[in-house]
Write a protein that binds this ligand. Structure first.
Ligand SMILES: C[S@@+](CC[C@H](N)C(=O)[O-])C[C@H]1O[C@@H](n2cnc3c(N)ncnc32)[C@H](O)[C@@H]1O
Length: 394
């Protein structure tokens, strides 16, 4: 085994690592044995030399080291295959309801910097750190061996890679990738265009929430799906018997795919509107339109706690606007996909919005990301998607 350089961390950090947290920030490092290359594998030790784990380091990144193994072992085919198999085991139930799921969710599957989605036999891969970049050939061969995909497509996220000093390229890494892939989720069919779509292809994290939210749909319902992307919530609502569904998104590419999804599921009464959601709400109010179910699923408004205040204002504005469009007895689902926004923040924004509009609200449920995006108790920021399901009193 190649000798790995030693990195000494502060005692408080050592405790954190021992309890399972995988990140070491720059100011937590006491000493590095020799100069290291971005992404190099290192051995992490506490002061006094106690071994803490094997990880990778990138002096360019604020999150300077990430733990791969708490065991003193090589990071090889056996290690990676073991992690992929463990991740597959955790997702054994999902193929009963869907042909698409997240297979590897980075730190939450003990592979920091790596995200892999499975779409009906094809894989979309994000390699977001210099450490994972150095393991790229090994990762690819282990994925091919363990999952046997027809094709693998890389959709690494520029915003993460830039922080690591890496450039970004989207490309086919293995086999063949068609222009469109057909997936099924709880009986609904969706087209995923890996080469055009946002993120890794489809918002898989909302799968369970889509079921929970549309369980309230009754025949004759009018549904508004704000920030709809390709129609995840709205298509399900229409299949459940909604009279009308309006999908609103600012992205023309997302709505083009939404229209394909409407045709694919042979739906009537589903329309798309390309608009800024804030403007759409104002215009719908001016036209006197009302709905029985509204979904608000915006992109991350706050990347950090510093921007949380403006995110809270945006949520209050969105929820107030939607409460004015909601019929008495109607249901509103509001989501935040930002780690920096807590469930309490969504509750507070809803409380203020209820004051703004003079509505009384019941909380029906608290919602989280689906199980293929594991929430690890010892990694608090693995919980990012939160949702509040509320009913407006008659
Ligand atoms: C988290 S995704 C929604 C996922 C979707 N609910 C689903 O289940 O597939 C957020 C969406 O908001 C859209 N978006 C971003 N800013 C917007 C805005 N100001 N108005 C409307 N849509 C916006 C993006 O194009 C993206 O499709």
């Amino acid at each position: 085994m190649k000798i790995m350089k030693k990195v000494i961390v502060k005692n408080s950090t050592a405790d954190k690592i021992t309890s399972g947290f995988p990140w070491i920030y720059r100011n937590e490092i006491m000493a590095i044995e020799e100069p290291v290359e971005p992404g190099e594998l290192v051995r992490l030790h506490a002061r006094g030399d106690a071994f803490l784990g094997i990880g990778y380091i990138n002096p360019l990144s604020q999150i300077t080291a990430r733990i791969l193994s708490r065991e003193d072992r090589p990071i090889d085919t056996e290690f990676l295959t073991g992690k992929i198999s463990k991740a597959l085991q955790k997702r054994l139930e999902l193929p009963k309801v869907t042909t698409a799921y997240r297979l590897i969710h980075a730190e939450a599957d003990e592979l920091p910097g790596l995200v892999v989605d499975h779409y009906a036999g094809y894989l979309a891969v994000q390699i977001n750190t210099a450490g994972m970049e150095r393991l790229r050939p090994l990762i690819l061969s282990c994925l091919v061996e363990t999952v046997q995909p027809v094709g693998i497509y890389e959709k690494s996220e520029e915003k993460f890679r830039a922080k690591e000093g890496l450039t970004t390229e989207e490309k086919t890494l293995h086999g063949h990738i068609p222009e469109s892939i057909l997936i099924e989720e709880h009986g609904a069919r969706f087209i995923v265009r890996l080469k055009e779509s946002q993120k890794t292809g489809f918002y898989l994290d909302q799968r369970r929430n889509r079921q929970r939210v549309i369980s309230y749909v009754k025949a004759g319902f009018d549904v508004l799906d704000l920030f709809s992307n390709t129609g995840g919530f709205g298509i399900h609502a229409a299949l459940r018997g909604a009279r009308s569904v309006r999908l609103v998104d600012i992205s023309a590419a997302a709505l083009k795919q939404a229209e394909e999804n409407i045709r694919l599921n042979q739906l009537k009464g589903v329309e798309t509107a390309r608009s800024d959601a804030f403007n759409y709400i104002r215009e719908a109010y001016a036209k006197g339109r009302f709905f029985d179910l509204i979904i608000i699923d915006p992109p991350s408004f706050a990347q950090t706690r510093r921007t949380k205040e403006s995110a809270s204002r945006a949520f209050r504005q969105l929820i107030s606007g939607c409460l004015r469009l909601l019929r008495g007895g109607g249901v509103l689902a509001v989501f935040s996909c930002s780690q920096a926004v807590a469930m309490e923040d969504l509750k507070e924004a809803s409380l203020k919005a209820s004051g703004d509009t003079g509505s009384r609200l019941d909380i029906l449920d608290y919602l989280l990301q689906d199980t293929d995006h594991p929430v690890r108790l010892h990694i608090p920021n693995s919980l990012y998607l939160k949702g509040l399901l509320i009913r407006k009193e008659m």
